[in-house]
Design a protein around this ligand. Structure first.
Ligand SMILES: [Fe+2]
Length: 172
């Protein structure tokens, strides 16, 4: 398996860990306790920046080279739009809370649950259809192209380790 695909799998593991961190904060909101807004903002900024600017461009090339069917391409684009909207919606709420704004707890938990479900469904779709298609069809030369893109975009993201430090919080 190409290095890039292993790294995409590792990203998914990391994202699932980050989503569990977010779920823990959402549970605090649900039961009426104070969530850690810094942690929520860190997770959401990772969903926004790392996922959209590093992870997805690599997956887009994997899907394009594997010549995935059009319907699947449409589903992936719909997922992106939904994940983007939910991430920005929840980030806006969290930043309002930093300013001491009042937001109903139900609103925060509803958007948060939708966001977690959207990310999990999207990862399942990729693992069930995009990655297997790539494994079955891509040539060595195509994998080399994907690996090169992966190295380039990941090289630019080594500056944000704090997002992945959050993984440590997943067991606590
Ligand atoms: Fe992905």
């Amino acid at each position: 398996m190409a290095d890039a695909l292993q790294e995409l799998d590792r990203d998914h593991e990391d994202f699932r860990a980050l989503l569990r961190v977010l779920e823990k904060q959402l549970e605090s909101v649900r039961v009426g306790a104070d969530p850690d807004l810094d942690v929520m903002e860190d997770v959401l900024e990772c969903c926004e920046a790392y996922v959209e600017e590093c992870h997805h461009p690599i997956e887009d090339l994997v899907h394009a080279l594997a010549r995935g069917d059009r319907a699947l391409g449409g589903e992936l684009r719909e997922d992106y739009a939904r994940m983007h909207a939910l991430t920005h919606g929840l980030l806006a709420v969290v930043r309002d809370l930093f300013q001491d704004a009042i937001r109903p707890r139900e609103t925060i938990t509803r958007i948060g649950r939708q966001l977690v479900a959207a990310f999990c469904n999207h990862m399942q779709l990729e693992e069930a259809r995009v990655f297997p298609a790539a494994r079955a069809t891509l040539s060595r030369r195509q994998w080399a192209r994907i690996d090169a893109l992966s190295r380039r975009v990941r090289g630019q993201w080594r500056v944000a380790p704090r997002w992945f430090d959050l993984r440590e919080a997943r067991q606590s």
